[in-house]
Design a protein around this ligand. Structure first.
Ligand SMILES: [Mg+2]
Length: 266
């Protein structure tokens, strides 16, 4: 920040769900808890604050989003005051995974076009890129998205991509779903990504949509770029994001490739 000549960023580390892909995690968490509360667990339902309406998108984002599956399940059950949450969490986590796989099979997800444009731009500028999602399913999404077709159809990016290239192929490293001692907001996964790319943490930009992810980036001394696609700018700003945008098209890419994270003017 204080040097006359910006050294530029060395790498960009992307969260997957909510940043690159509109994935059906939220729906899977909601549908699976509804199934349990109206079935197997209906006897304890009156002792909880759960209802279909109570499980809002805001609850998902603030309580569960960005966490590894088991911690997400536990946090959700605790939030709704479900008795014996620790014992029940594995049941909820397992059912959520089954529902999620069904939604993936049904192709109920898509990539965000602004994110694909951003990936192509930073990659084209020679920056290393990594995917770092807590989710063990992230590679399923990344592999299902054809980056070559997107680049051709949208004429984004200057280079011609190899036939059949997927979004997963675009990454120099994929840390997604790897087991770490602690999940986000601990910075471990991002620090491991920086190490794998051989870039100093302070020269890495993390792109995240979850409060826990922004906190993890800052704890790792990285630059944090928040994507607030659901109008939750304030939460991400409070978590310490260096810039929050509602679409990555709002990032000034020309400035970004020279090491400045600013909003595009006009
Ligand atoms: Mg996310």
């Amino acid at each position: 920040m204080t040097s006359d000549r910006s050294p530029g960023y060395g790498a960009v580390i992307f969260d997957v769900d909510g940043v690159l892909v509109a994935s059906p995690h939220e729906q899977a968490w909601r549908e699976s808890l509804c199934e349990l509360m109206t079935g197997e667990w209906s006897a304890v339902r009156d002792r909880t604050t759960w209802s279909e309406d109570a499980f809002s998108s805001q609850v998902y984002r603030q309580v569960m989003s960005g966490k590894p599956r088991m911690s997400g399940a536990l946090a959700g059950l605790q939030y709704f005051g479900v008795p014996d949450a620790t014992e029940r969490a594995p049941v909820y986590a397992d059912l959520k995974q089954r529902v999620l796989l069904r939604l993936i099979d049904e192709r109920r997800f898509h990539a965000y076009p602004d994110a694909l444009r951003f990936v192509l731009a930073v990659r084209g500028a020679g920056m290393a890129i990594a995917a770092a999602s807590s989710s063990k399913n992230a590679h399923r999404f990344l592999r299902a998205i054809r980056l070559d077709l997107f680049a051709r159809e949208s004429s984004a990016g200057r280079e011609r991509l190899p036939e059949g290239m997927t979004l997963l192929d675009a990454f120099d490293a994929d840390l997604s779903g790897r087991d770490f001692a602690q999940g986000k907001p601990n910075p471990e996964i991002f620090l491991a990504a920086a190490a794998e790319l051989d870039v100093a943490p302070s020269a890495c930009v993390v792109v995240e949509d979850a409060v826990s992810g922004i906190q993890a980036a800052k704890a790792g001394t990285m630059v944090a770029l928040g994507t607030a696609r659901a109008g939750d700018e304030t939460d991400l700003e409070r978590a310490g994001a260096d810039l929050v945008v509602s679409t990555l098209d709002d990032v000034d890419v020309e400035a970004f490739v020279t090491g400045r994270l600013i909003r595009r003017s006009g």
